[in-house]
Design a protein around this ligand. Structure first.
Ligand SMILES: Nc1ncnc2c1ncn2[C@@H]1O[C@H](COP(=O)(O)OP(=O)(O)OP(=O)(O)O)[C@@H](O)[C@H]1O
Length: 835
């Protein structure tokens, strides 16, 4: 398909699809892919919509047309032989029950949509797409359809297809298992059509007009009513600066412990203006209202812009994404000429990205793509995401147009490389987000294959940046294969996001967990604003458990939705969107949602089932208490979790949390031997033994090189989250803090090269010599208390806010502003794919 069959019409903004691609034909039904926009689109393509203006069916036969609209409902088109027009106006003016009513179709560039046609014989379709410049993107709605339609189609006999043809009076209802729960706004009694001169709406209802239930009621899947989704505000299109910011308390980071180990560590910066970043990028940073760099950014950006390899371990929610995106975007802009794509002999375009960012989950990849797009706004840097669970063809098409930064999950990347549609031969920057997860058992082989066997330039030629909130020594050792003369950076008490997250551990019987959960949820409802629940993320162990709990919560009247790896991508994305928007404020999740996802205003994380690995616990609770906000994390601890007790005790102590006495007893009991979890890791360090890691009191990881601690620079006086495994005796570490940090360089078992910065601003080593034993610096430069933080470019007004209740009392925390259509802030999951 591609550009073939598409003709640019006389109007420069209109394209005509001459030969739509008929994907399926069983004699009765066709699914069309109208893919035409790319022929005429100016860049950047992803920010443009095509509006289907007319759809012509010239064959004089009886037919029934079903259109899949962005409103997620199959609706019958008119039974007529004449040309009919699908226009915004007709959709708006006519009641949905009118025979001539058809829903408007808004198409993002080059994304197919479905037309479902029942007719006696094949017909030829023609459609005209009217190019519209969007203020908002709405495209995500209709990619339900691909999936639902596909399943419906495969599972339906032709007789059931014919049952579609009772048209007009009410929307077509699919079998329950295929039915989308979405109710088009036109069916809502309180729908207020937007005025035509309101560019922000383009025929879509206002946010506040979206009800939670819907006319279709039970069609919302499994007979249980589910909150409906509002339209999505795409914030990757930063056309406007946010109108209202939100004060975030960054005091929490004032004395954050920082430790950097390695040779010649570049000094940190205090403000973005002091960095060597590209000017265009700096403008975008200002647009993001990032007033000051977060601690990890202060240290990581100068290291990365100096071209050094970096392994960085910093608290959840502390801004690691920007810490690796900024240097990459800036580097690309500075060395622009070497990027691009070139054709190969077979005429198939091969994309040559300059930067590759790998992440473990699809949702996180999308989030990174969106963040990167935001930072790269108007710089011309092209960001493309590739992830499984969505049609590869769309991703290939985008890649054909060129890519500077490719964000990908490993499996899909390997697939694309093996199809020879992407080459890694010109990669200058490789970043691994959640690097410890990427190098853990599940992904290691694939990552090695990508990094070592697929033409990627070796360390030294490419720059490698590894980031996570946790970095166990064994993973550091693996990761060090990909790095050259790297710096290991730890920021903060990595295991716990300092005291921002109040952690509560409750002793419960397994059979009582649901009752306990209900207690918490009721309390949250009580504390929510306007009767809304505060956003609550409930983690369970298994996918079946997630489904079961979701169903049970729905039956009990709680607006819940589940996300897990067995759900198709569309369902996963829908669940996340619905949760983020506040429409379904309870998300039941497996660990698929535990890492990286930046969901503003998650007030409460409940570990309904505790994870088996303390690192997973750290990441899970890190979904709240982000970017300086407070948060609450509750864990249900039952007998079977006793092997976790020691790790938990250590973690709670590290984060200055209250440790229940019964938990200490469990910890002591399990230290006498019964761990019961086989060879699984529970924590790092001193509580462990043999091959098991239980705890060390020092969370998050330390540079494994520092078993002698050769080159550590310490920037604060705390106990940091990690240590360089290279520095066991810490001879060369630069220490910016005087504590046990969240990670240590595994290279420093004896810490031979420790560089110490006792107090930020008075760079520790009086003689300026780096290779001295650690001294400490207090990092006081990070005071953003009064800065307005608003990461969204979206200017929709924010009306009400959730209560910020007292952290100490153990009540609901997190707070933040929430509008009628959900919390404010950057809605970072913008799905693009189809399943
Ligand atoms: N300098 C800054 N000023 C204000 N807000 C920031 C700054 N840097 C990042 N943020 C915001 O902080 C939030 C958390 O950032 P991010 O998702 O990058 O955290 P993270 O460290 O990657 O977390 P995780 O470990 O969970 O992946 C985001 O909403 C981001 O927009």
């Amino acid at each position: 398909m591609g550009k073939k069959g598409i003709r640019k019409s006389s109007s420069s903004s209109t394209v005509e699809i001459k030969r739509p691609h008929i994907v399926k034909n069983n004699g009765h039904a066709f699914r069309l892919w109208l893919v035409g926009g790319c022929a005429t689109s100016p860049s950047p393509p992803h920010k443009h919509l095509f509006h289907v203006q007319t759809l012509q069916i010239p064959t004089p036969i009886f037919y029934q047309l079903f259109l899949k609209s962005p409103f997620d409902t199959w609706l019958p088109g008119p039974t007529t032989k004449k040309i009919f027009h699908v226009t915004q106006d007709s959709a708006r003016c006519l009641p949905p029950t009118s025979p001539n009513w058809t829903p408007p179709l808004f198409l993002p560039l080059s994304i197919p949509f479905n037309v479902f046609l029942l007719c006696a014989s094949p017909v030829v379709f023609r459609a005209t797409l009217l190019y519209k410049h969007p203020f908002k993107l709405f495209h995500y709605y209709y990619y339900y359809y691909y999936y639902y339609y596909h399943r419906c189609y495969q599972n339906s006999s032709s007789s059931s297809l014919h049952s579609f043809s009772s048209p007009h009076k009410q929307p077509f209802t699919m079998p329950w298992s295929f039915a989308s729960p979405y109710v088009p706004p036109h069916h809502h009694s309180n729908y207020i059509p937007p005025s035509s001169d309101d560019p922000a709406h383009h025929g879509f209802p206002r946010a506040g007009a979206w009800p939670r239930g819907g006319a279709r009621g039970a069609s919302g899947g499994r007979g249980l009513s589910r909150p409906r989704e509002p339209y999505h505000r795409n914030s990757s299109f930063p056309a406007e600066e946010p109108e209202n910011g939100e004060a975030i308390n960054f005091d929490a980071y004032e004395s954050v412990p920082v430790e950097a180990s390695g040779k010649n560590v570049p000094p940190p910066v205090n403000v973005f203006d002091d960095t060597d970043l590209d000017e265009g990028l700096k403008k975008n940073i200002k647009r993001c209202k990032y007033v000051k760099p977060t601690p990890v950014q202060r240290h990581a950006i100068p290291i990365a812009t100096a071209g050094r390899d970096l392994m960085a371990c910093a608290q959840t929610g502390s801004g690691k994404t920007a810490a690796f995106c900024f240097p990459i975007i800036s580097g690309i802009l500075k060395g622009r000429s070497s990027s691009g794509f070139s054709p190969v002999s077979r005429g198939v375009a091969v994309a040559y990205p300059t930067a590759l960012i790998l992440s473990p989950t699809r949702e996180l990849s999308c989030q990174i793509r969106d963040e990167a797009n935001k930072f790269a706004f108007q710089t011309g840097v092209k960001v493309v995401v590739a992830y499984g669970g969505s049609p590869i063809i769309q991703q290939l098409r985008l890649l054909e147009k060129g890519v500077d930064i490719l964000v990908a999950t490993p499996g899909r990347l390997v697939d694309i490389i093996e199809r020879e549609r992407v080459s890694l031969a010109r990669i200058k920057y490789l970043a691994l987000d959640e690097a410890d997860r990427m190098l853990d058992m599940g992904f290691e082989r694939q990552i090695r294959k990508i990094v070592e066997e697929m033409q990627m330039p070796p360390p030294g030629i490419r720059q490698t940046l590894l980031f996570s909130a946790t970095f166990p020594n064994d993973i550091q050792k693996l990761a060090s294969d990909f790095l050259l003369d790297y710096i290991f950076l730890t920021v903060g008490r990595v295991g716990s996001s300092t005291e921002l997250i109040v952690q509560k551990i409750e002793l419960v019987h397994d059979t009582d967990k649901r009752d306990k959960l209900v207690d918490h949820l009721r309390r949250q409802k009580f504390h929510g604003t306007n009767g809304k629940h505060a956003l609550t993320l409930v983690f369970v162990e298994t996918k079946r458990g997630a489904d079961a709990l979701e169903n049970w919560l729905l039956k009990s009247g709680f607006p819940a939705i589940a996300i897990h790896g067995d759900k198709v991508q569309l369902e996963r994305e829908r669940a996340l969107r619905s949760f983020k928007s506040g429409n379904t404020p309870i998300l039941v999740a497996t660990d698929v949602a535990s890492r990286g996802l930046d969901i503003p205003h998650v007030a409460h994380v409940i570990n309904f089932d505790l994870p088996r690995d303390i690192d997973d616990y750290v990441h899970r609770i890190g979904r709240t208490g982000r970017a300086g906000k407070s948060g609450l994390a509750t864990a249900f601890f039952s007998d079977k979790n006793s092997p976790m007790a020691k790790a938990l005790v250590g973690l709670l102590q590290e984060a200055n949390q209250e440790v229940p006495s019964w938990l200490i007893q469990f910890a002591e009991g399990s230290s006498s031997g019964s761990r019961g979890y086989g060879s699984q890791r529970y924590s790092r360090g001193s509580y462990g033994g043999g091959s098991q890691r239980y705890s060390s009191g020092s969370y998050g990881g330390r540079d494994f090189r520092n078993s002698t601690e050769p080159e550590v620079q310490s920037y604060n006086s705390g106990s940091c989250g990690g240590r360089d495994f290279r520095n066991p005796t810490e001879p060369e570490a630069q220490s910016y803090n005087s504590g046990s940090c969240g990670g240590r360089d595994f290279r420093n078992p004896t810490e031979p090269e420790v560089q110490s910065y006792n107090c930020y601003g008075s760079h520790g080593n009086a003689d300026g010599v780096e290779s001295v034993s650690r001294t400490s610096y207090i990092d006081t430069s990070y005071d953003m208390q009064n800065s307005l933080i608003e990461t969204s470019f979206d200017s929709l007004s924010i009306n009400c806010s959730y209560d910020q209740t007292d952290v100490k009392s153990g009540e609901l925390c997190g707070g933040g502003k929430v509008g009628e259509d959900g919390p404010s802030g950057y809605a970072s999951i913008v799905p693009t794919g189809w399943d």
